[in-house]
Design a protein around this ligand. Structure first.
Ligand code: N01
Length: 525
């Protein structure tokens, strides 16, 4: 239980503290940028975007590890309203994605709204005035009608709880905080973890290091990555014949979308993928012992399916050892496994993932009656349409609970949530509306439905432990359906789902006409 401290920050007497923005957006990942761009495009200028780092990009700024690239096709992993014809590869590398984000920031004129080095320490809702106060660690306080949180599920790297982790004398860092000043050339390096980050790191550093000791707790299912350079002629065609680029994006979209049938509707279909992945192991790995170590004992799809053409070949290398004996402790000079062996290494890289499913928000958020979001989410995060939480009026979360995907581009979900949020912000700009708060019964009904659907999915029936679920086995991260269903459900913000409180204190909802005009304005405004 999080301690109840009802203290607000010292209000900074700067001009920021006096001004009331229409919205304060938190984070400059795809979510925060998308929200800023859509506000700007619809003529709303009264917003700031707070960013804890000193540049934009969120997870794509932080994850600079060798080999970092997207595992979703770039023509789909990009904004629908900002297509890029000249992606260098089908699956773009980190630097190119970060450049794309910077280009969008400038193209849509939102850079002047961004306040870097502004780490939010807390947000408090003042029910009397219907205003959020947002404070930063740097000591500035902002006021806004609405808060849009775009802090993402993968912004808090997790170091494992392994005995002795602090005693190690060599270099150690998390994959999301790569220490580029450390020269790995010729060194003996441990990589702990075999998830999406590790399978990109291992093949990239294996030819550089002296020895690589890879500590695997659970093998991942891996399938080939249909990646390649995109030829100049194709880039030219996409540039000069935009409908073909659009068709290409649509083709990728529908190919990925088919995956939902196996992930969420009938996990038995996963057997087809499993057979394919098993034959991929057999074809790629020389030693039978290694093949066995790399074959998972849970249904494919239960954990994220990984794509790689160079991970298995890297494991065939003489200088790479896959160690599956389980880690006992970390010593001052290496990693000791449960069989009593100490593996001496110069450096340890923790590719151990992020804190995604557990019920925490990265900073204190207090809603009506001083209620703390972390307390409300003690048994697992939940929201309505992954975006709003009852008791926390005028707060919108992009990439909130149960909006993650196992099969396609998160940017599709982000754009849907932004469309929804934009309507909320438009309502709040109406002079007589103080706040809107999603009805608890609506939120509960929605989550009962989502959890029922998830209970049949491979994520809960596949027999694995994954970060998709909380420690009590509740899936708080994934959307159990097609992305077009989510888009349809978030296209209109339906006033009947909300308590509308007006400045005069009366609770009166806008009519049906308003619902349509808000959605149309949000779409075309
Ligand atoms: O993290 P992970 P990640 N002892 O949680 C192991 C996105 N992403 O950073 O499976 C030993 O997947 C853990 O073992 P186990 C993507 O959404 C996207 O790789 O829990 N091992 C696992 O092997 C992805 O899903 C891209 O038994 C320990 C690994 O660490 C998400 O980020 C690229 C351990 C963690 O794997 C996270 O990926 C990269 C311990 N105590 C990442 N604790 C794109 O291309 C944990 N592990 C878009």
């Amino acid at each position: 239980m999080v301690a109840q401290t009802l203290e607000k920050p010292n209000v900074n007497r700067s001009s920021e503290a006096q001004k009331v923005y229409d919205a304060v957006i938190i984070g400059t990942g795809f979510a925060g940028l998308c929200m800023g761009i859509r506000l700007k495009k619809s003529g709303i200028d009264s917003f700031v975007i707070l960013e804890k780092g000193n540049g934009i990009g969120g997870t794509w700024r932080d994850n600079t590890y060798p080999g970092a690239a997207c595992d979703v096709q770039s023509h789909l992993y990009s904004f629908s309203f900002a297509p890029k014809s000249n992606w260098s590869r089908l699956f773009g590398p980190q630097k190119e994605i970060l450049q794309y984000m910077n280009d969008c920031t400038d193209q849509f004129g939102i850079r002047s709204h961004i306040r870097t080095n502004s780490e939010v320490s807390g947000a408090w809702f003042d029910e009397k005035d219907g205003i959020w106060e947002i404070s930063t660690k740097e000591g500035t306080t902002y006021k806004a009608k609405a808060v849009v949180s775009g802090t993402g599920g993968l912004s808090r790297p997790v170091l494992p709880n392994i005995k002795g982790i602090d005693t190690f004398k060599g270099a150690k860092f998390h994959s999301a905080k790569w220490d580029h000043s450390y020269d790995i050339q010729g060194k003996t390096v441990a990589v702990i973890g075999t998830g999406a980050s590790a399978i990109q790191i291992v093949p990239t550093i294996a030819p550089l290091v002296g020895n690589l000791k890879l500590f695997q707790r659970t093998p991942a299912w891996i399938i080939p990555k249909p990646d390649s350079n995109i030829a100049g002629s194709v880039k030219g065609i996409f540039k000069f014949i935009p409908p073909l680029r659009w068709l290409f994006r649509k083709a990728i979209y529908w190919l990925n979308e088919i995956g939902v049938l196996a992930f969420a509707i009938n996990p038995k279909l996963m057997k087809i993928f499993e057979k394919f992945a098993k034959s991929f192991i057999k074809k790629s790995i020389h030693s039978e012992e290694l093949q066995q170590k790399l074959t998972p004992n849970y249904t494919i799809g239960c954990k994220r399916i990984l794509l790689s053409n160079d991970y298995y070949p890297a494991l065939n290398r003489e200088n790479v050892d896959l160690i599956t004996d389980g880690i006992q402790e970390i010593t001052s000079s290496g990693v000791k496994t449960k069989d009593g062996k100490e593996h001496k290494v110069d450096a340890i890289i923790f590719a151990t993932g992020f804190q995604a499913a557990e019920a925490v928000s990265p900073f204190e958020i207090r809603g009506r009656d001083g209620k703390l979001l972390a307390d409300v989410w003690e048994d697992g995060a939940e929201a309505y349409l992954g975006t709003t939480v009852s008791g926390f009026p005028n707060l919108f979360m992009i990439v909130g609970p149960n909006t993650g995907l196992g099969h396609s581009s998160m940017i599709l979900m982000i754009e849907s949530q932004v469309q929804y949020t934009l309507q909320g912000i438009r309502y709040l700009r109406k002079k007589n509306i103080k706040f809107i708060d999603v009805r608890k019964d609506i939120q509960d009904k929605y989550n009962t439905e989502i959890q029922k659907r998830l209970s049949k999915s491979v994520w809960l029936t596949g027999g694995c432990v994954s970060w998709y679920n909380t420690s009590t086995g509740r899936n708080t991260t994934l959307w159990p359906g097609f992305t077009f269903e989510f888009k349809a459900r978030t296209f209109f913000l339906s006033p009947k789902d909300y308590e509308f409180v007006r400045v005069d204190g009366k609770a009166k909802r806008p009519g049906i006409g308003s619902r349509f005009s808000m959605a149309l304005n949000a779409t075309f405004g």
